[in-house]
Design a protein. Structure first.
Length: 202
């Protein structure tokens, strides 16, 4: 059994698959803040970001989270990640679109919820091979504990067994996480500004 103070030990048998080499969780918004003009409960704005860090494309159809949240990724254009591309994995797509705009690289919803105190996340590839198995903790970065920031990876080249190391994570530079800095509707106002003002980012 893995405890929060421990780092999951991942030893890939034989040759690591492309998913094991390249696919990582790089951002976690586990305790979204409530905003004055929200139309959903705050927890509905939870999201994770998966990123393809390698040179090969990855088709994430059939990859799944089996601990923390429950989701099998579907086959869609959004889950076909080219090198360097990211996928927003969201608890509630309608809530995510209301706050950040309708982005093309979104998958969800998931069953369950991210624990605000921290919990174990386990990701497997489409063949059922383990990619990541780690704990995050709300005490790593106080600014991410309901104060508007997400947890973001600062060393994405680290080995997967280090993903539960708090030194690998920092608070996001932007309130509401990375999609807050996007201007989805192209009107010159970042999504975060529109969400906080109660205007539509779409």
């Amino acid at each position: 059994m893995l405890f929060r103070s421990e780092v999951a030990s991942l030893v890939y048998e034989g040759h690591p698959t492309p998913f094991q080499r390249q696919l990582r969780v790089v951002e976690i918004l586990f305790a979204p803040p409530a905003l004055p003009f929200d139309t959903f409960d705050a927890e509905q704005y939870e999201f994770l970001v998966l990123r393809n860090l390698g040179p090969e494309p990855l088709d994430l159809a059939g990859a799944a989270f089996t601990s923390g949240i429950d989701l099998i990724l579907p086959s869609s254009p959004a889950t076909a990640l080219a090198a360097g591309q990211s996928l927003y994995v969201v608890r509630n797509p309608a809530a995510f679109a209301a706050r950040y705009g309708r982005l093309p690289n979104v998958a969800g919803p998931w069953a369950g919820a991210l624990d605000n105190a921290g919990e174990r996340l386990r990701l497997i590839d489409p063949a059922g091979e383990e990619v990541l198995d780690f704990f995050y903790d709300n005490q790593w970065q106080p600014a991410a504990d309901g104060r508007g920031r997400s947890l973001v990876v600062v060393q994405d080249g680290a080995m997967p067994e280090g993903w539960g190391n708090p030194q690998l994570w920092d608070a996001s530079p932007l309130a509401l996480g990375s999609p807050a800095g996007l201007d989805t509707d192209g009107d010159g106002s970042p999504n975060a500004d529109e969400s906080q003002a109660g205007t539509d980012p779409n």
